[in-house]
Design a binder for this molecule. Structure first.
Ligand code: ATP
Ligand code: MG
Length: 390
């Protein structure tokens, strides 16, 4: 597939999930893909990001917390479509879920519960669920033709696909039933007594009471919650969704990407592309480069003398001490340059070998080079675009 081919495939979808292991560039690629789709198609594109680096958040205009999408000002970049961005905010998302699913009296109790106030840290595993929840909420509004979803860093890259099912499981789990049984009815169910006594001894009775109260209230919202969890699962499975896997050309991320790809295949979910991010230029492994390094090594003495004499000619008044040190300095510089060439060409060969390990069609693999700086502005994002849409 050509890169423009990827754009065309994605343009016919409603949701594009960007997955991959931690730190490979999911957030950056999501933003760059969304910008390129807004530029090249007439679509209204939304990118939902998770925890973008501060300056990238500033560039997208989503620095202030909240799930509400904001229009992105593309400045001098000419675009056929429109771009909006939203940043997943855990606290805001949970508040919205509670407001939607619970009646006002229950809402008040939940919001006041210390357990709820710490929910984002208590419910670490819910980050990916919240990301899909936000997606569901925003996609239901119908304001956007295409939503690009950056996925949160998680234990493993497939977690976000299972998040709705995990939530369903949690609500029907035995542990939850045991924990809340004594608090749900005033008639203490004797079967739960021993479990509760142990829980109170280990966790403290106040904590267990707060936790139980929270979940009793939470169970009241279960139906609304489960309906949405099912709907999110359906959306993920539908033909309106597409998946892009991001990796770097290193061993561990490629292994993780392969795992993610195999899970997608197993679930019959379509893989639209694998993006290999932060690659070195292939020309660093060209024979000429390797030969140049070898020549530099062979004629190091000659090259050093040449550099020293040039320098002395340009700087006739150089201090005596520096003048004496010049041969050693230039010799070291040349040997560093030679090492650099050798190291980089070796690394390119390793990257090429890693690329061949990727378990996807060659045609679906797109490379994005390592840029000189972190990607923190729309300008820098647009520097990635030519690789996504040429
Ligand atoms: N092609 C690139 N060239 C240079 N820097 C890059 C490139 N791609 C990403 N980066 C930088 O790498 C860092 C990590 O990128 P990013 O935050 O997109 O990764 P992530 O996969 O979303 O991480 P996490 O798993 O923590 O969410 C950022 O500082 C980003 O600017
Ligand atoms: Mg990220």
């Amino acid at each position: 597939m050509t890169n423009a081919g990827l754009g065309n495939v994605l343009a016919s979808k409603q949701v594009v999930f960007i997955g991959g292991s931690g730190g490979v560039g999911k957030t950056t690629v999501s933003a760059a893909l969304a910008v390129s789709l807004a530029i090249h198609t007439e679509l209204s594109v939304l990118v939902i990001t998770v925890d973008p680096a501060r300056r990238l958040a500033d560039a997208l205009g989503v620095s202030s917390l909240g799930n509400e999408p904001v229009d992105v000002d593309l400045g001098s970049i000419k675009a056929k479509g429109r771009l909006s961005a939203a940043m997943v905010d855990m606290k805001d998302s949970w508040d919205q879920i509670v407001q939607r699913c619970a009646d006002p009296a229950v809402q008040e109790r939940i919001f006041a519960n210390p357990i709820y106030q710490n929910i984002s840290s208590q419910f670490v595993q819910s980050h990916d669920y919240i990301a899909v929840e936000v997606l569901f909420e925003l996609s239901n509004r119908g304001n956007f033709d295409l939503i690009v979803v950056d996925t949160p860093p998680s234990r493993n890259a497939i977690d976000f696909l299972d998040a709705p099912a995990r939530m369903e499981e949690f609500f029907s789990s035995k542990l939850l039933k045991w924990l809340i049984a004594p608090y749900r009815s005033k008639v203490f169910v004797s079967a739960f007594k021993p479990f509760n006594a142990v829980a109170e001894r280990i966790l403290g009775s106040d904590f267990v009471a707060q936790l139980a109260e929270f979940f009793v209230d939470f169970q009241g919202m279960q139906d609304g919650f489960l309906i949405r969890a099912k709907a999110v699962s359906e959306l993920i499975k539908s033909e309106k969704s597409a998946f892009v896997v991001v990796t770097t050309p290193s061993e561990a991320p490629v292994t993780e990407a392969n795992f993610l790809i195999s899970e997608l295949v197993e679930r019959n979910l379509p893989l639209s592309a694998v993006i290999v991010n932060r690659t070195l230029p292939k020309k660093l492994a060209d024979r000429e480069v390797v030969n140049a390094a070898a020549r530099l090594e062979e004629s190091a003495q000659e090259a050093t003398e040449l550099l020293v004499s040039c320098f002395r000619r340009e700087h006739p008044d150089v201090e005596e001490e520096l003048n004496l040190a010049l041969p050693a300095i230039f010799s070291r510089v040349l040997s560093e340059v030679e090492n650099c060439y050798r190291g980089l060409s070796g690394q390119v060969s390793t990257e090429v070998a890693q690329r061949t390990r990727i378990g996807a069609d060659r045609d679906s693999i797109i490379e994005i080079p390592q840029m000189r700086n972190d990607i923190a502005s729309l300008q820098q994002l647009s520097g990635l675009l030519e690789h996504l849409w040429s």
